[in-house]
Design a protein around this ligand. Structure first.
Ligand code: PLP
Length: 370
């Protein structure tokens, strides 16, 4: 079986460092907010290229904390992409904010800047672009719109840790450009731990102070809460694991791009599938193709029967039951995409033989369809 992930292999390569790090935490007796978390936060800030990084319980909490830190108020509107994991919209709704769903660019699957402009109202306060599948969103346009309308920008880079893009002529890691960047260390993300984890990034000292406070029960000093916050923490064991894996992130990203290049080359002549572009700075947390001629489900069944796993990411948020009130709005690019996309196995441990096997099967399927 060719799986979507192979986490035991990723972690097997890191033995015995992982076991040593975990034992070190076990014998330290400090399991919450100790040296591992503090060091990791410094290392994360340096890697992403911002002044402040604060870890928290997961990527969804990171988004919630960011929205709270910005003091957004019930009724405020937040424009985000419909074609993403539900976390950003959910965080908005939990806080009484109004998520406003934008359609996507058909090539990158990321939020369309012209859609953002179409949706801005007098109540809009923030934009949440998502760097979906590891592909950097068009931050040049997003930031230009945000500046013009005085909006905050919260980058959701849960799927794009390590991705880079050019903004105002300079190179940036995603998560370092907007007002706040939020990421997740869920095991299958580009930088994953062995449980749940997340982090919030900013260049702004006052925001970083609020982010710290909100993630600790709204208390700057212990037992002295000044506003409603959360209890959202990364633990020392996860931090120790992440510190080891962070040292390998550039290799992980390079391997993902290498797999993507091989898929693209082997599928180039197949006119039933459209591969994602090798966008500059893309880290390919997913390799998501489009299947033409209404054949996606047929290809998926064909691959499943041949022991090749695939996934369909992700039903547009405006189509989900929980956001019923939005179910009849028309976001045609996302609605079309969800009928055509198919994510192929993509991880750092895929062998060249496995990549060849996946592509051979897809190409043999195409010949059969003609
Ligand atoms: C995974 C993910 C999240 C949420 O992260 P969790 O750690 O699972 O809470 C948010 N946004 C996107 C785009 C994601 O892929």
């Amino acid at each position: 079986m060719i799986q979507m992930q192979n986490l035991p292999a990723v972690h097997g390569r890191l033995e015995p460092q992982l076991s040593e790090a975990i034992s070190r935490v076990v014998s330290s007796g400090v399991y919450i907010r100790g040296n591992e978390v503090r060091s990791l936060e410094d290392e994360l800030a340096r890697y992403i290229g911002v002044k402040y990084a604060r870890t928290c319980g997961n990527g969804t909490d990171a988004l919630t904390i960011a929205l709270m830190a910005l003091r957004l108020q019930p009724g405020d509107e937040v424009i985000t992409t419909t074609f993403s994991f539900i976390a950003a919209a959910e965080a908005c709704a939990l806080l009484g904010l109004v998520p406003v769903f934008a359609d996507i660019d058909p090539k990158t699957f990321n939020i369309s800047p012209s859609e953002i402009e179409r949706l801005i109202s007098s109540r809009t306060r923030a934009i949440i672009p998502v760097h979906l599948f590891g592909c950097p969103a068009d931050m040049e346009s997003v930031m230009r719109i945000a500046r013009r309308h005085k909006l905050y920008v919260i980058e959701d880079f849960a799927q794009a840790f390590g991705s880079e893009t050019t903004y105002e002529g300079k190179r940036y890691r995603v998560g370092a450009i907007g007002t706040i960047g939020c990421t997740s260390f869920y095991p299958t993300k580009n930088l994953g731990c062995m449980g749940d984890g997340g982090a919030v990034f900013t260049q702004d000292e006052e925001l970083s102070r609020r982010i710290n406070m909100i993630s600790t029960h709204g208390a700057e000093k212990k037992y002295q809460s000044t506003e409603i916050g959360l209890n959202s923490r990364l633990d020392e064991i996860q931090a120790a694991i992440l510190r080891i894996k962070l040292r390998h992130i550039d290799q992980y990203v390079a391997r993902r791009r290498g797999v993507a290049l091989k898929y693209r080359a082997a599928l180039a002549a197949n006119d039933f599938v459209v591969c994602p572009q090798m966008t500059d700075g893309h880290t390919f947390n997913q390799f998501t193709i489009r299947v033409n001629y209404g054949c996606r489900d047929n290809l998926r069944a064909y691959l499943t029967a041949r022991q090749i796993a695939t996934m369909i990411y992700i039903p547009p948020i405006h189509r989900q039951k929980v956001f019923e009130a939005y179910n009849n709005i028309s976001l045609p690019v996302a609605d079309t995409a969800i009928g055509e996309v198919l994510s192929l196995p993509m991880h750092t441990e895929l062998t060249d033989d496995e990549i060849n096997e996946v592509c051979t099967r897809i190409n043999e399927w195409q010949i059969g369809m003609k």
